[in-house]
Design a protein. Sequence first.
Length: 121
Amino acid sequence: MNEEMYIQEKVGKRNPFRVPEGYFDNLTAQVMQNLPEQPKRRAKSVFMRPVFYAAASVCALLVAGAVWMWRPAADGTSTDTVQAQAVVQPQQQEVSGEYMDEAVDYMMLDNHEIYAYLAEN
């Protein structure tokens, strides 16, 4: 506190700093002149916005479809298990020759593939 009083006695309440005349008149122009040039940004097209929304919607639908396709079944069995059960069940039952002919025609199996399949079982 004594130092402040000493400085006030020495200097007084006057401001010892002075600004040159007209300094603030052209300060803005000088600062703007010293700034580096910035490249102009390309304006985003308003017409492309619906295209981006449509692309985002398609991606969301694809992700939702993939999740739905590969989700586990509600009873705890996977889709692979259900498909395997569907293949095993006809083998456990008595299969008529007519059914086998239709199945072979539908699956487009040749004799070599049929023999290989029967040899495995």
